[in-house]
Design a protein around this ligand. Structure first.
Ligand SMILES: NC(=O)c1ccc[n+]([C@@H]2O[C@H](COP(=O)([O-])OP(=O)(O)OC[C@H]3O[C@@H](n4cnc5c(N)ncnc54)[C@H](OP(=O)(O)O)[C@@H]3O)[C@@H](O)[C@H]2O)c1
Length: 335
């Protein structure tokens, strides 16, 4: 099967097309012919060697995808040939609390990932996806959408709440759409007025350009009548966290999801405990959570936002699109 692999070292220029032997499903596994793949920021960091410099090579990157089950090991009943499925991000995290062991099973590092035409995976690590979604739409879900869902669920977001979403990347737009679906009001920040306009079309009530207004925390509070937001979906890290703490309400939650601007932040700790703010780390989520999300998506026929789709042969260009920061929503690969 055709695949993209990092072999001689890290760097996008080292991502090379290779032919790998087709898997046959081992005990408990299903062979999935992948029809679409989506990229996450993590995949870019992984390829650059910045996510885990000790990651063993060769590595097939990427964790997201969708495809048809074409063969199963004899005892497998969870899925059958013909089913359309997505792999879950952490293959052994099915429910409950995370453990080191469960989280060592993530695709696209440390395990080989989805940037290949076919892959054999444990049937327990697959979920069936609703028919109404296109292949590309379904491929956007396993990492970014589950992460956004976990953040919203951690704060029990519902009608009457306000959610602050940072930027307009994959996780952020799912957080926007899903917060609206749960009945909450959404404020979005972005570097681009044009993207803020698109975010309003998706249901955001307010937009703030963080380039024009770097101290946006107070502005967010003003736009909630001084109360602050119930939840911040924090993808920025070092540079944005002080502003997020200024924006969140007393007793509110900051879901720590990403570190786009850096991973070391000098924080005003009293602003956390004196206001009883909850800092909640989020690492995607488990299979049960993904399945709950799929029910919510299907009931509401919610469509993921796809930025651009690149052919399989142009995978490096897809990574470049993600690296450019020009995208709005998910970058995908198909065909
Ligand atoms: N913990 C987890 O489970 C988990 C899961 C998924 C992702 N992540 C992390 O979450 C982050 C986002 O991932 P992604 O895949 O959604 O990335 P992405 O699609 O590449 O989104 C990046 C977007 O973030 C926005 N951004 C960049 N700097 C910003 C800043 N200073 N303030 C506000 N927004 C900023 C930009 O939006 P504008 O163009 O609108 O300015 C940019 O387009 C990454 O750090 C990733 O590693 C973590």
């Amino acid at each position: 099967v055709r695949a993209w692999q990092l072999a001689g070292g890290f760097g996008l220029e080292r991502l090379a097309p290779v032919e790998l032997p087709e898997h046959t499903p081992a005990a408990g596994e299903a062979l999935v012919r992948l029809s679409a793949i989506s990229l996450n920021y993590r995949d870019l960091l992984m390829v650059r060697g910045a996510y885990d410099p000790r990651q063993k090579l060769p590595l097939v990157p990427c964790s997201d995808g969708v495809g048809e089950v074409v063969a199963v090991a004899p005892e497998v009943t969870r899925v059958a040939p013909g089913d359309r499925v997505c792999p879950i991000f952490a293959q052994r995290w099915l429910c409950g609390e995370p453990t080191r062991e469960k989280l060592r099973s993530t695709l696209g590092g440390p395990l080989d990932g989805t940037l290949r035409e076919a892959v054999s995976l444990p049937a327990e690590g697959l979920v069936k996806v609703p028919d109404y979604l296109s292949d590309v739409e379904a491929a956007t879900l396993p990492c970014a959408a589950v992460t956004a869902w976990s953040a919203l669920k951690a704060a029990a977001v519902g009608a009457g709440d306000t959610v602050l979403v940072l930027g307009t990347g994959g996780v952020a737009l799912f957080a926007l759409q899903l917060a609206r679906l749960l009945g909450a009001r959404v404020i979005v920040t972005s570097s681009s007025d044009a993207k803020l306009e698109l975010a309003r079309e998706l249901g955001a009530a307010e937009g703030i350009n963080y380039r024009q207004l770097p101290e946006w925390g107070r502005q967010v509070r003003d736009r909630t009548a001084g109360r602050g937001v119930d939840l911040v979906v924090e993808v920025g890290g070092a540079d944005t966290l002080p502003q997020s703490l200024a924006a969140v309400r007393f007793g509110g939650t900051v879901a720590l999801v990403g570190v786009l601007t850096g991973s070391q932040a000098p924080l005003s700790l009293p602003s956390v405990f004196m206001r009883q703010v909850r800092l909640q780390g989020v690492l995607v989520g488990h299979r049960e959570s993904f399945e709950e999300l799929l029910r919510a998506l299907q009931q509401n026929q919610l469509r993921p936002v796809v930025d651009r789709v690149f052919p399989f042969a142009e995978a490096p260009q897809a990574f470049q699109r993600l690296a450019s920061g020009e995208h709005f929503g998910k970058v995908a690969i198909s065909g």
